[in-house]
Design a protein around this ligand. Sequence first.
Ligand code: PMV
Length: 357
Amino acid sequence: MVNFIFQEAVKLVEKATHQWQTPSNIALVKYWGKTEPQLPKNASISFTLNNCHTKTKIEFQKIQKSSEVEFDLYFEGKRKDDFKPKIAKFFDRIKEYCPYIFNYSMVIHSENSFPHSSGIASSASGMSAIAKCLTSLEKELNPNLDDNYLTQKASFLARLGSGSASRSIEGPLVVWGEHPDIEGSSDNYGIKFPYKVHPIFENYQDCILLVDKGEKQVSSTVGHNLMHDHPFAEQRFKQANDNLTKISKILQEGKIKDFIELVESEALTLHAMMLTSNPYFILMKPNTLEVINKIWEYRSKSNSNICFTLDAGANVHVLYPHNEKQQVEEFINAELLKFCQKNQYICDNTGFGAQTF
Ligand code: PMV
């Protein structure tokens, strides 16, 4: 494996500010089940989103080497001490790779483009933004470090914060998890899908219907853990890896009908794993099923290529190609918005990953 341990600073940096905007992502083949240290039980692939993102600025100030990581956290302009334990845990996981974090006090300012507690996971965009700020400081400390190496390291660090965050550094399609059919793939970090994608899958649309904005009853950490003694786990990991082989071909050949079938099956299988865990749980809500049925009904009576996927929650991601944007959005407005909390939805599309702002 590439050595991601920071070796030595060749420059003295007293003060620095780095800021990055990183997106959320939506998995097409899902990651559900992991081993320490946050290594996936199967490979996954996601579309990187564009409009759903986190903007994070970190101000670094050199201090005497400390035994603890010193940082303050502001979320949307307000001090947020209750978010600190999660970030402290992240720093603890990455300290071996970024020993310089003990030499700085950090002030972190973060904000999300999507409403707070909308049910859209903010850990992927949040962790990847911090990881990018750290690797930017690293570049300042040692300008000889290669940019590709630092991009990989950002994904590696983000993964240690939240597995799916490894897929939020680049875009528009990212694979995370070692897989024989995906050259360069690794359990340690995400890589850009390395093959040419058919134009039908370019600028793909994702309209996120906010069916339920409440706190999830079961966190994804708990959900992943329940895969350890799950009766169908091994079969599921194999199926996901087989689906990755299939989707790789589908994306290259532009077989959109096969895409629809595979992506919807992945979403329902993810939730089937939850339904069959011990203890079992349900994250879908009645309106999640209403939306799914409406999508199927619409697809059967039109020639639309609309489909859906779900993450670990009740919200529905409605996926469609760019050339169907107008008619699908008319359908969403007319038929689906009534199932969203306060009619809320976010129209997004695939994006290219981290950017400065
Ligand atoms: O990164 P985590 O631990 O929040 O897990 C995310 C899992 C899913 O969103 C359900 C699937 C995925 O691959 O993103």
